[in-house]
Write a protein that binds this ligand. Structure first.
Ligand code: TYD
Length: 139
């Protein structure tokens, strides 16, 4: 069995492009170029009232961008944990498969998520013990 990859190789904070002129700002995420996957789906979380996430994905790759407010994302590789505060439209958080995440949005937050695949409940891992088993099988 090989080692669990470092968390920093599974989750990366990536700079987005901002184009500003007299009319305002324009943010760009060239998803394929930046993350190496094509976005099949866009969804967004808002109306933050409580903790979200609490799962990992078997296959899904994502790029998360805080479009408004503040979003706290704690990621866990099964060996290392790290909390990112997303409060800028200038960065996106890339999350690769088999990373557990817990997400807290401020009430005014809007979190945009670009996802590599259509929604498929069967590729979610919603139980932490199962996640630990998948991590050890995967590595
Ligand atoms: P879930 O992924 O559990 O939300 P979070 O991780 O933010 O807490 O999704 C909540 C519900 O929405 C769940 O019933 C699945 C459904 N859902 C879709 O139908 N399509 C989607 O693209 C997503 C992301 C969720």
């Amino acid at each position: 069995m090989s080692e669990i990859p470092p968390l920093d190789s599974l989750v990366r904070l990536l700079p987005l492009t901002t184009i500003s002129d007299a009319r305002g700002d324009l943010g760009v995420a060239e998803v394929k170029q930046l993350c190496g996957f094509s976005a099949e789906r866009f969804y967004f979380l808002y109306g933050g009232l409580g903790a979200r996430g609490g799962h990992a994905h078997r296959r899904l790759r994502q790029l998360m961008i805080s479009l408004a407010g503040q979003v706290e994302i704690t990621v866990d590789s099964g060996r290392e944990k790290k909390t990112y505060i997303l409060d800028s439209r200038k960065n996106g958080l890339e999350i690769n498969p088999v990373v557990w995440r817990d997400i807290v949005l401020s009430p005014d937050a809007v979190l945009g998520v670009l996802a590599s695949e259509p929604y498929d409940e069967s590729e979610y891992i919603r139980d932490y013990e199962t996640f630990r088993d998948v991590v050890s099988l995967h590595n």
